[in-house]
Design a binder for this molecule. Structure first.
Ligand code: ADP
Length: 630
């Protein structure tokens, strides 16, 4: 152990965060107390958890508590806890670096616009460093439970911090803030108490402050040698719904979720029966920056009979609901439950199923009764809910109803159309739900595959997000209607086509038989088949994949992600009414070039990449020059 004086530099991201925070959160500076009390509370939870295995850690100080004190003369505020404390290494890594995944990406997102950044920083969770909003120097004296020596960490919140050996009577942590010059307002019992009741009332441990009394002679308040508890100090979720105000629910949310904005919605229930547990679950307003990071944390804290057991209890919520935050407090699980046990436990499975249903009910309620809120939810979390349609078989139908899409009905990128809306608008004789997949909204909206659908006024769902291919492969029907890709297999519009159209199609197949065979030969190795289509009205050609082949879009997505995709060849369909196609019938010399052009532009139109872009440009130019010369 290095028991020497040492000066260390902050990780670059910490420096960046400190700088931004001090400037952009200044208008909301009181939150520093919430953050430090929250850390003190977490430290006590950790001690209680470690003590389950080693009761000796409590020593002769078993009552966990937090203390907030101030010293007018020294101009300091001190937040103390008798929680787990930190050893030297822990102090260095916890108070000198940011361990969260996605930190770099987070900083890349910052815009320099203070209001916007303040919001992002709030989401990121400012934690300990928020002390520097009001303090010009922070001293942390901490002693880890079970160790004799303490360590002193000190910093002015600029480039570096120092470490020194220190003395401390008991385990836990004192965080001493030496206030900036204009923060005297905080050096008041009344002020601190009001901040604590506002932001930290829900903390389960007692938060103690010295009682004060009016001194007539001195004409001011003086501190007595007596403590008072300034918060309610009960676990919020154990209280009855009627006794909890909206503000209390929201403050508790900010504590569990490390979010600066209120939650969008929440559900609080006491479940009785074979399994007894309480769930208080929140849906945030905004997706966290690391929603799609592989090693991101899940948001559920597990308690057993009021004792904190673990953060990030991923077994209590399915993957696709990873954005849900909150607390589950079980009456039945053993106190010494481990992650391994959680994985195996049938009780846990029952809790997860129950909680999933609660969240889905909450979302259904929003979708039904608070459409605007639901639209906000969908914008932030829609992509994750789509994962659910493939992941959660038991609730597939409920999830399918919650999905929202862009469609050709209004051609906007705002996804606000449900499958039920779609079905309600289906044409007479239509028995399928049609969709197109592409890699961007514009590519989907302008896809040549939609031409006949637009002509006939048949609505098509536009799928253009990464997760959509996965969704489409798992969601095969909705309310008895098959979901069908407009770019796969033979186009069979069933009753949506009349006899005359069917006959016309047959006739042109006959008429173009020789031509399609000739094009196929010219495109050997590129296409599986060439055929006449009635899909197209404006474009000369398009590519479709065979019924059971992978779609071109999915194959490209997989390849872009460095994964294997089968090299299946597409089918090229040509529009018998298009002048370029009819002209091909009489083309001899340039037939191969023209065929290749048709293929290349069909590939481009669906977002594919040309094998030989220079060759394509050359052929186009030759054609343009030939027509200019006429
Ligand atoms: P977060 O709480 O989001 O992890 P912070 O920056 O607030 O981020 O704190 C960083 C880490 O420092 C905490 O995760 C914890 O390990 C440690 N820490 C902070 N305050 C305390 C404390 N009072 N007692 C023990 N450890 C603490």
């Amino acid at each position: 152990m290095g028991a020497q004086h040492e000066t260390l530099a902050f990780q670059a991201e910490v420096k960046q965060l400190l700088h931004l925070m001090i400037h952009s959160l200044y208008s909301n500076k009181e939150i520093f107390l919430r953050e430090l009390i929250s850390n003190a509370s977490d430290a006590c939870d950790k001690l209680r958890f470690e003590a389950l295995a080693d009761n000796g850690l409590y020593g002769d100080d078993p009552d966990l508590k937090i203390r907030v004190a101030f010293d007018k003369a020294a101009r300091t505020i001190t937040i103390s806890d008798n929680g787990i404390g930190m050893n030297r290494e822990e102090a260095i890594s916890n108070l000198g670096t940011i361990a969260k995944s996605g930190t770099k990406e987070f900083f890349n997102k910052l815009s320099g616009d203070q209001a916007k950044d303040a919001n992002l920083i709030g989401q990121f969770g400012v934690g300990f460093y928020s002390g520097f909003i009001v303090a010009k120097k922070i001293t942390v004296i901490t002693r880890r439970a079970g160790l004799a020596e303490a360590v002193k960490w000190e910093s002015a919140g600029e480039g570096d911090f120092t470490l020194d050996p220190a003395e401390k009577a008991g385990r836990g942590t004192d965080v001493i803030l030496e206030l900036r010059d204009d923060e005297d307002e905080l050096l008041s019992n009344w002020k601190l108490k009001s901040i604590i009741t506002k932001y930290s009332d829900h903390i389960t441990l007692p938060i103690l402050m010295k009682k004060e009394e009016w001194d007539k002679d001195k004409n001011e308040y003086v501190a007595l040698d007596e403590d008072e508890t300034v918060n309610q100090a009960t676990a919020l979720w154990t209280r009855s719904k009627n006794d909890i105000s909206e503000e209390q629910y929201q403050e508790f949310y900010k504590h569990v979720a490390h979010d600066s904005e209120p939650a969008l919605a929440y559900t609080h229930n006491r479940v009785e029966g074979r399994q007894e547990y309480i769930q208080l679950l929140y849906v945030p307003q905004r997706a966290p920056f690391d929603l799609f990071e592989r090693e991101r944390k899940n948001g559920i804290k597990l308690y057993v009979r009021r004792v904190f057991i673990m953060d990030d209890a991923e077994q209590l919520m399915p993957q696709y609901l990873r954005f849900v935050k909150g607390v589950i407090d079980s009456n039945d699980l053993p106190l010494n439950v481990s992650r391994e046990i959680l994985q195996e436990s049938r009780d846990v499975r029952a809790i997860r199923e129950g909680s999933t249903k609660r969240v889905l009910s909450l979302l259904e309620d929003l979708a039904e009764n608070q459409k605007e809120k639901y639209a906000g939810f969908w914008k932030e979390f829609g992509r994750v809910m789509k994962e659910g349609a493939g992941e959660d078989h038991a609730n597939k139908e409920r999830i399918a109803k919650l999905l929202r899409f862009s469609t050709t009905h209004n051609d906007t990128e705002v996804q606000d159309i449900s499958l039920a809306d779609y079905v309600g608008r289906m044409k007479e004789g239509q028995d399928k739900i049609y969709y197109v997949t592409a890699d961007s909204f514009l590519a989907a909206k302008n896809s040549p595959h939609l031409e006949v659908f637009r002509k006939k006024g048949i609505e098509v769902v536009l799928l253009y997000e990464r997760v959509d291919e996965w969704l489409a492969s798992h969601l095969n029907e909705f309310e008895g209607k098959q979901l069908v890709s407009v770019a796969k297999g033979d186009l069979d519009l069933g009753k949506l086509e009349d006899e005359a159209e069917k006959k016309e199609q047959k006739d042109s197949e006959e008429e173009f038989k020789d031509l399609t065979a000739k094009i196929k030969e010219a495109l050997t190795g590129k296409v599986k088949e060439v055929r006449v289509t009635h899909r197209l009205t404006d474009s000369p050609a398009c590519l479709v994949s065979d019924q059971f082949d992978m779609s071109g879009n999915l194959a490209r997505l997989l390849k872009a992600a460095g994964q294997q995709a089968p090299d299946s060849q597409p089918i090229m369909e040509i529009n018998p009414k298009h002048p370029l196609v009819t002209r091909l019938k009489h083309e001899e010399a340039k037939f191969a070039d023209w065929s290749r052009l048709l293929f290349d532009q069909a590939l481009l139109a669906e977002g594919g990449q040309l094998e030989d872009p220079a060759g394509f440009v050359k052929r186009i130019n030759e054609m343009l020059m030939a027509s200019a010369a006429k």
